[in-house]
Ligand binder design. Sequence first.
Ligand code: GSH
Length: 211
Amino acid sequence: MSNPVLFDYFRSSASYRVRIALNLKKVDYERRAVSLLDGAQKAADYVAVNPQGFVPTLEIDGLRLTQSLAIITYLDLTRPDPPLIPAQPADSAHVRALALAIACDIHPLNNLRVLKYLKDELGQEQEARDSWYRHWVAEGFAALEAMAASRAGRFLFGDSPTLADICLVPQMFNARRLEAPLDSYPTLVRADAEASRLEAFAAAHPDRVAP
Ligand SMILES: N[C@@H](CCC(=O)N[C@@H](CS)C(=O)NCC(=O)O)C(=O)O
């Protein structure tokens, strides 16, 4: 069977999550870059692949999968080693809650289309858009720090990387790009540093991936 194909964009954090998961699972894949800057995600040929006009999309096992967390869950169910979501129900709920706090409650507010709407439709200047961005990062990370602190180990949960770290690392990358202050989130900073040292995370970094 041919290698899985990942439609992604180097700086897209949802794509970055899936690259990390594929690397952790040691799945070889080919990339097809979809340039968000050029609006390629809205082109008819790509919308035929992903009706939401989002990256990532993963073609694997004869399937075409969308939504980064659904893709990572599929990888975890079909390629269980190493596990990314704990089997124990309470631990699983905790890890998913951490991941969803990022993927559903921070990331969508700061997505490209939302920032573009603020600019193009609501006439907001760069300074206001940056302030919007930092506001949702600060509110989301403060809550995430409180949620994670008591059960964190080397990573956001325990001593091996999980779905929570896979969501955290790209969000921290984005936060740094927008110069959001991070000093108030020691648990997040520590888990991000620990995860980023692993080659599976490092190789998925936007600086290591062709635009
Ligand atoms: N919930 C989706 C979000 C995907 C998403 O928002 N992707 C962004 C890049 S990180 C995108 O394609 N944005 C295109 C746009 O805003 O026009 C997922 O986790 O896969």
